[in-house]
Design a protein around this ligand. Structure first.
Ligand SMILES: Nc1nc2c(ncn2[C@@H]2O[C@H](COP(=O)(O)OP(=O)(O)OP(=O)(O)O)[C@@H](O)[C@H]2O)c(=O)[nH]1
Ligand SMILES: [Mg+2]
Length: 437
């Protein structure tokens, strides 16, 4: 089966934690700080590989997580950055953010790549926090978390030729006799529900890719039947081979069928009317077919004199070789892949940056005895800090004072020992002079 859509989870590696360490030298009982920074987490990168034609692999592996950066090392050494994770995708893959539905990238060229989840930065080691007042801080940062998201991959079939027509006209049968593809064939409508691709070797060294698509019915452009699912694929083909059932099975009229399908194509996308098209008049092995074909030709000539109609039978293989030669000839005249828009560069990466004022602000509310402080800046800082050391807590306290949180708490009646909470962290308010940080 040809899979053309997949939803997968990607996560960049977390940054390595910064290290708290001190030099241990001979004759120096308490050396200076020596904890290095953590390494960067790996990025998850999608890279186009023209050897791939399907999203099949993503049915078996849906989670892609890059490695985390190494922890900072002793003797002020940086932890190693993690390797990036390269995920191969076929040309024509559109990457959509599942949350925002924003198109992140339209990957068409071999080797083209896009970072879908960045790895986090490494945390700083304690060597970075040394100051004249605190030359040996017990303070280091956590590595930043890697980006994570769910993305939907959509593969627009990059076939040269698309087979269109009502259900049961013989599209899949045709593909199966001209290529190695093994599409399901059935006497009932909508046997084909996802596109099948086949490489057609013409016999004179030429070849092209043909897509067998689900049958189309009236109202398809509005999504009836397999509607949009199917029409989306037709858009990307260079040549339409319109398969018409000349046996007139189920009391159908071939000319009416042909018109109805063309109406659906046009209503879905007006450009499809201009797409080169030829008719494969199928099931010519059936007794009534010849008569139907004559009538069909007459009627078509009235509305579109230049339309090529090639009689075939997928069953007896009559006319098949002629059809393939004709298709190859036409493809040579049609420029390469006009339906595929030139490489759209990676959609701008949205950076969610709060403006400065919002960042610096804070609010205080009361929950019974406890004052609850809410602030983007402080909470972000606490997330980065390893709040298990005295120095880290001092740094937090200093920030609170600089931001005016202390003054505000005092104004609102906080006293020595009043409980204060920020995020998950609870502490007691300490009054005035006893603050020395
Ligand atoms: N007599 C005759 N029968 C054919 C020919 N081609 C296909 N059929 C039959 O027509 C029926 C439908 O064939 P499919 O190839 O599944 O048709 P389809 O257009 O792919 O149909 P959907 O996938 O449902 O849209 C099957 O029973 C085929 O055996 C042909 O040239 N002659
Ligand atoms: Mg079919």
């Amino acid at each position: 089966m040809f899979v053309d859509k997949a939803k997968i989870y990607v996560k960049g590696g977390d940054g390595g934690d910064g290290l708290v360490a001190f030099r241990r030298e001979k004759y120096v009982p308490e050396g200076g700080p020596a904890g290095g920074d953590g390494g960067k987490g790996g990025d998850v990168i999608f890279r186009v590989d023209e050897g791939l034609r399907t999203l099949m692999d993503f049915r078996y592996q849906r989670h892609f997580k890059a490695q985390r950066g190494e922890k900072g090392r002793n003797k002020s050494q940086h932890g190693a950055n993690a390797e990036n994770m390269i995920v191969r995708v076929p040309p024509g893959t559109v990457v959509i953010d599942d949350d925002s539905q924003e198109v992140l990238a339209d990957l068409t060229r071999h080797g083209q790549q896009v970072v879908v989840a960045r790895g986090g930065r490494g945390g700083r080691g304690n060597i970075r926090f040394a100051t004249p007042n605190n030359p040996a801080p017990e303070l280091a940062e956590h590595g930043e978390e890697g980006e994570e998201r769910w993305v939907v991959l959509e593969l627009k079939v990059m076939a040269d030729v698309g087979l269109v027509g009502f259900p049961s006209v013989g599209k899949s049968t045709l593909l199966s006799v001209v290529s190695a593809a093994k599409p399901k064939i059935g006497a009932y409508h909508f046997t084909t529900i996802t596109p099948n691709l086949g490489v057609v070797e013409v016999g004179d060294g030429r070849s092209f890719v043909m897509a067998d698509l689900p049958g189309l019915i009236e109202g398809a452009h509005e999504g009836v039947g397999l509607g949009h699912e199917f029409l989306r694929h037709v858009e990307r083909t260079r040549l339409i081979v319109h398969v018409v059932d000349m046996a007139g099975s189920e009391g159908r009229d071939p000319f009416e069928d042909w018109q109805k399908i063309n109406d659906e194509l046009r209503q879905y996308n007006a450009d499809l009317e201009k797409r080169p098209q030829i008719v494969a008049a199928n099931k010519m092995d059936m007794p009534e077919a010849a008569e139907h074909l004559t009538k069909f030709r007459e009627e078509v000539t009235k509305v579109r004199g230049d339309l090529e109609i090639l009689p075939i039978s997928s069953l007896t293989r009559q006319g098949i070789q002629e059809l393939l030669y004709r298709v190859s000839d036409l493809l040579e005249q049609i420029p390469e892949a006009p339906a595929i828009e030139e490489v759209t560069e990676l959609a701008e990466r949205k950076i969610y940056k709060l403006d400065k004022t919002e960042d610096e602000g804070f609010t205080i509310r009361r929950e019974n005895e406890t004052f609850v402080v809410e602030s983007v800046k402080i909470e972000r800082m606490m997330k980065r800090m390893q709040l298990n050391s005295h120095d880290a807590i001092l740094k937090l306290a200093r920030t609170l004072r600089h931001m005016g949180v202390d003054d505000e708490l005092r104004k609102r009646g906080a006293k020595d020992g009043t409980p204060v909470r920020i995020g998950d962290f609870e502490f007691e308010f300490v009054e005035g002079s006893s603050y020395y940080y």
